[in-house]
Each structure stands twice: as C-alpha cells, then as structure tokens.
Design a protein around this ligand. Structure first.
Ligand code: SF4
Length: 285
C-alpha cells in the first residue's frame, strides 16, 4: 500500500481529504508544517484543533518546524514589497482566486518593479502565496522522503480561496526534487461538506489564510463583500421605491380620469337642466 504524507494547513481542511484517502484504502499521516501562520498563538490553536480531531479519528500527526523567521526571510520579503507598492491586496470582484497565467506571474519578482494596476497587484499576491506553498511543501517533501513515504498530498486544495493551480505546481515541484510522488487532488468540490462537518463538530474555524498579510486581506474582503451586499440591498430598495412611485402615479392618473369624467357628466347635467328650465320659461310666456 502506498504511504502518503498529507500536508495539512488545519483541522477543518483535513476532514475530507482523510475521509477520501481512507475510502481509497490509504492511511495517511498528517504533516503540519505551517511557518506562515501568524501569530504563534494562532499556529498553536490550529494545531491543537487538528490534534484533537486526529486523536478521535486515530490519524497520526507529525509536526514540522515552526520557523516564522525563515518564512519572513523568503515569503514575508515578497509580501512586504507587494504591500509597499499595492497596500492591502483584495481579490478582484468575481475572481475568487482565479489565477493569472504563468507568464504573467513570472513577470513579478517581488522587488516592486512591476507596473501599476490591479492585475499586477494580484500577480504580486500570487507570487507571495506561491513562495509560501513552496516553502511548506519543500519541508514536507523532504520529511516524506526522509521517513520513507512514497508520496505527498496537500489539504490546501480544499479551499476555494487558495490558488489551486499553483498548489499543484508547487506540490509537484517539491516532490520531484525530493524524489517522491505528488498525490495532488482538487478537493474543492468537498469544501461545503468540510464546512458542514467542521461546524457540526464544533471545530475552531479560522477566518483568514494564515499570514499577517492575509489577516488584513480577509478583513478587507469581508468589508468589500459587506459593501457589495449593502449596494445590492440599496439598489433593490430603490427599485421597489420606483415601482411604488409608478403604481401611485398610475392610481393618481386613474383618479384624475374618473374625476374628469365626473366633471364632464356634471357639466352635461347642469347644461341639460338649464336647457329644460329655459324651455319651461319659453312655454310659460
Ligand atoms: S495568504 Fe496564505 S498562502 Fe498566501 S502567503 Fe499568506 S498564508 Fe501563505
């Protein structure tokens, strides 16, 4: 049977990959290597959540080194350059985590030299995340090779908020260098089920990816989505008000029409009465 080391970013994202691997007859060992997570208390909280669940499910968990300094030197450097140039980088509307092509990504070197514009900001964010995946997968692949695993998998692809294509590329790259197989699966179709199960199980569910940049980005994106929902509500309210005004105008038009008809009838009756009065006067002469 194939021995698979499964890189895990957190407990909730491990639920479905482990279930699926087990259904395929594979008993994975989880490897928690996430020097990206900021602050250290958050790292510990996610690990504790993972360990509690894994103990209940009898899944083995190994922990990598938590080396925030190494992460800062490699990934934080790219993130700092991007932040200095673009500020907090939100995903563009409707993009989700759509990825730019490799050529465009390669153009960004994280040194602030890219041209202005939202696409460059997105490329810069992707470059940072690529470096982050690379650091973590390189460590995981090395551990896998040293401990006799045949392949490395990754739970990061559960999240629709991650760059799935880049995860795959970086997983394959790390595995090739370590001389093991990459066991990539796109777990995004199981995201809803993972969300449901983790909520049902009362697991801690973080609301940002992990690094200090993502904390600000997630907050800005939540605010962006809230503003979008507010705008939709306001537009619907304005549309309802316009509809009500049109209905009221129609009712007023009908009232005026009825009134005009009644006035005409009254004038006719008055004219008729006057005519009859005149005739009676003529006969009486
Ligand atoms: S957003 Fe997530 S994947 Fe990207 S750099 Fe931050 S922690 Fe790493």
């Amino acid at each position: 049977m194939q021995r698979i080391l499964l890189h895990a970013c957190c407990g909730p994202c491990s639920l479905e990959p482990v279930r699926i691997l087990r259904s395929e007859g594979i008993e994975p060992v989880i490897f928690y290597a996430n020097s990206n997570i900021y602050p250290a208390e958050e790292y510990a909280r996610r690990l504790a959540t993972l360990r509690t669940w894994a103990a209940e499910e009898e899944v083995a968990v190994a922990e990598g080194a938590y080396d925030a300094e190494a992460w800062e030197a490699v990934v934080g450097r790219i993130g700092n350059a991007a932040e200095a140039k673009f500020g907090v980088i939100c995903n563009e509307e409707g993009d989700g985590r759509g990825e730019t092509d490799s050529e465009a990504r390669a153009a960004w070197e994280g040194d602030g030299a890219a041209a202005d514009g939202p696409s460059d900001a997105r490329i810069a964010r992707e470059a940072r995340c690529r470096a982050c995946y690379r650091l973590r997968f390189t460590e995981a692949a090395r551990y896998a090779a040293e401990h006799g695993f045949d392949a490395l998998g990754a739970t990061l692809s559960v999240s629709p908020y991650q760059y799935t294509g880049i995860i795959r590329e970086e997983l394959e790259r790390a595995c090739e260098r370590a001389g093991i197989e990459a066991h990539f699966e796109d777990y995004r179709p199981f995201y809803d089920e993972a969300t449901r199960r983790s909520r049902e199980g009362g697991m801690y569910r973080q609301n940002y990816c992990g690094c200090r940049f993502s904390e600000a980005e997630a907050a800005a994106e939540r605010e962006q989505r809230a503003a979008e929902r507010r705008a939709v509500r306001e537009a619907a309210k304005a549309a309802r008000a316009a509809e009500r005004a049109a209905e009221e105008a129609e009712r007023a038009r009908k009232r005026a029409e009825r009134q005009a008809y009644a006035d005409r009838q009254a004038r006719k009756r008055a004219a008729l009465k006057a005519l009859r009065g005149q005739r009676r006067g003529d006969h009486g002469e």
